[in-house]
Design a protein around this ligand. Sequence first.
Ligand code: PEP
Length: 270
Amino acid sequence: MQTFSSQRSRADEPALWLGTSWKMTKTIGEALAYVEQLLTVDIPSGMQVFVLPAHTALFAVANALPQDSPVLLGAQDAHWARDGAATGEVSMRMVRDAGASIVELGHSERRAAFGETDERIAWKVRAAVDSGLLPLVCVGESHEIRVAGGARDFVASQVAAALSGLNPTEVARAMVAYEPVWAIGEHGRAATLPEVTPVLDSIHEVASALSSTGRLRAVLYGGSVDADNISELVTADGVDGVFVGRAAWDAAGMRRLIEIAAQARRLPGT
Ligand code: PEP
């Protein structure tokens, strides 16, 4: 099984991040079959791939990844408390113990259906950092906010709230995924670059005010990313990578995205 230090990103600043949350789609066996195929893919050295299985498959996937794996492992959520009476929840240190080095926080499905508020997300971000996990904070506006012209301000306030419990050095190590709610899932459509770029700028502005380096570790785009649009997205200004759902739920789809993104970014070895 990988240790946290061996599972850290392949380079201090990978040129490109490409990750997927499997959401609630895979049993342990299905997760292992996916990873077996993923490990046959030639992942260029400038690319950091990550997968976020369901909690039930974390430990098994961690054991299946070699020490020097080019694939990082993460959880899709965790509770902010160290431990205690929180029936049905798992803590940051538990997902870390199971092999995660990243934790996704604040996905719009959790905000909409599971009572995630900006305040709770900030507690979780703090707890993730305290447990040595890399927080991946998801932010994004609804269709209504977009139509009303409020996307930039709304997303900036979500980012500032999520990072409010971190010091500037910790902010510099955090990751944010911009995922417009209207772009996610089977009823979503991928955002166009003119829709994405101003919001990414607002995220980078928050980072420049809060971070010791003036930057976050990475700012990703997510929402209906697929083989047709990934080239344009990964070469856009201000995009350090993509966070993918459906198009990467099977290993062949993930392989295709890795190949296309690597070529679009002209990463060494492609
Ligand atoms: C998501 O839900 O975070 C996501 C990016 O999903 P999809 O790629 O399927 O739109």
